[in-house]
Ligand binder design. Sequence first.
Ligand code: ADP
Length: 598
Amino acid sequence: MTPAVSNSHIRNRNDALPASAAPTIVDLMRTTRRSWVAGIMPIVALLAMMIALAVLQFRWSSEVSEAERDRLQQNLNHSSTAFQSAVARDLLGVCRALQASQPREPSVAVDRLFNRYAAWRRISGRSALVKDVYLWPQSQSSADLLRFNLDARTLDPAPWPDALRPLTKRPLPHQARHWLWDERTPALVHPVYALGTSRDAKPRLYGYLFVVFDSRSFEQAYLPDQARNAFPASNGFVFQLLDQATADQPSVVYRSGTGVPGEAFPHPDAVFPLLDEAALRNPSGPSANASSVPVVLSVGPSRWSIAVRHRAGSVDAAVASLRRRDLTISIGVLLIFAISLFTILIATRRARRLARLQMEFASGVSHELRTPLAVICSAAENLADGVVTREDKVRDYGSMIHREGQRLSGMVDHILDFAALHSDAHGYHLAPTPVSEVIGAAVANSRAIAHADAVRLETSVPADLPALLTDARALEQCLQNLISNAIKYGSGGGRVELWAAPAGPNSPDRVLIGVRDFGAGIAPDDLPYIFDPFYRGGSSRSSAVRGTGLGLSLTRQMMEALGGRVTVESSPGTGCAFILEVPTAAAHPEQPAPARLA
Ligand code: ADP
C-alpha cells in the first residue's frame, strides 16, 4: 500500500523497529522439506508395521487352521473309536454271558447254556436285541436245528431260518473260546465243546451255538443310539448309517438329521465299520472289564458302516471357512487400526500446521500492528515537537495518522471478528437489502486505500436485481475484504471491477457479487488453502504485502453464516475473481418487502 504522504522523513524512527519476522523463501523451502520428511516417515513406518502385522496374521491363521484341522480329526477319531468300542463292548458282553466252561456231559453244557442265557436276558439292558438262540448239534444230522425255549427250558427242533443258511457253508470257529460275529445275519456263532466221560478224553465239538440278533431293532434302534452318543450334534459332525447287505451301493438306513442327504455322502470325511480289531482287543467303557471270562471275537464280512462328514461339507471346508473368517476379522481389525492411525496422523499434521500458522500469525500481526503504530507515533511526535509547521503538511500528517489508525482498527476488527465467529458470539440480523446499497457502502469505505494505491474501482450493478436477504454490515465487510485484497494483490492491474448479476436458472433465489482484479493471480499451490485461517500465500509472505491471513477465512465463514458462499476463479498472470453468492429476499417470502429497491 502506498501512503498519500511519503513517510521518508519519519523512516529513521521506523527503521528502529525490529526487522520483519517473516521467513525467507530458503527458510520456507528447508522447513517444507523437513516437514515433508517428518510427515512421510510415520506413514512409511505405519505401512511397514501393517505389512508385518498382515504377514504375521497370515502365518498365525495358517497355524490356527492346522491346529483346528488336527482338533477336528482327533474329534472324529475319538468319536469313531467310542462308537466301535460301545458296539464291541455290547457284543463281547453277550459272548461272555453265554461262554460256559466245558462240562463232561453235553447235557450239562446245554443246561449251563440255559442258565446263562436266562440270567443274561434278566440282567442285560440289551436283551431285546437277541431274537433267538439255536444249537446246531454236530453229532446228529446237520439238518437239525434246536431252538432254546427259555419258558419250557427245552431245545425245540426248529426249521432253518433263511438268514442262517449261508452260515453253514462258511468256515465256523472251532476253538473253545472263539466267537464269530456275522453281520450279514446278524448273529454270533460259537462252538460248544464237551469233554466226554473218560478221564483223558479230549474235548469234543458238541455243536454250534447261534445267537441270532433282531436285525430290525439292531439297525433301527441300537446302532442309531450308539452313533448318536458317539457323534453328539455339538461336535460339528453329521453321520449316515449305511447298510450294504444286498445292494452294490450302500443304502442309507439312518441319518443324524433332516439336513443330511438320503444318498450316501460322495466325499465323507471318514467311513468306518461297526467293529475294528483295536476296539475288539481293548473295548473301553464302564462294562469293558465287567467279566473276566476270556473270549475271542472275530468279525466276518461287514454289512453296516458309518459315514461321517463335517457339517460344513468336510473337515477341509470347515478349516477353510474358519481361516477365511479369521483372516476377514484380522484384516478388518488391521483396517480399523490403519484408519485410526491415519486419522490421528492427519489430525496431528493439521494441528501442527495450525500451530505453525498461529505462530506465523502472532509474529505477523505484531509486526503489522507495530508498523502503523510506529508511523502514528512518529508523525504525532513530529507534530508535537513542531518539526512540521506548514498548514498543508500538518493536514497531510493528520490524514496519514487517520489512515494508519483506520488500518490499525481494521486489523483489530479482523481479529475480533475471527474470535467472535469462533466463540459463536456473533448474531446476524437478516433483512431485505438492496444490492447497490451494499456495494456502494463497501466501495465508499475502500476508496481511500484504492486512491492510495492508484487503483480505479469500477462498478456495474443492474438496477432490476432482487433485494438481498442479508446482514448488510456483515456482507459489506466481506466485500471490503475482497476489495482490499484485490487492491493489495492486484494493484498492478490499475483497476478493480465490482459487478452483480442474478445467479442464473439453477439458483434463481441468489445474486452473485463479484470482485475482479488484474494482478498476478493466485499460485495453484496456494489456491486450496487461501480460505484456511492464518494462511498467507507464498508470494504474500515473501513480499512486503501486509496481512494477517484472516480476511478470506472470515469472509468464507461469514458468508456461510449468511446462507451464501464465496468462490474464487484465478488464472495466474491475469488476475483473479472472487464471487459472493448471496440469498435474495425471494428465497424467504415471509420476510418483509425491502424498503428500497436497488
Ligand atoms: P491476507 O491478505 O491478510 O494475507 P487473506 O485471508 O485475505 O489474508 O488472503 C489469504 C491469501 O490469499 C493471501 O495471503 C494471498 O496470498 C491470497 N490472495 C487473496 N486475495 C488475492 C488476490 N486478489 N490476488 C492474489 N492473491 C490473493
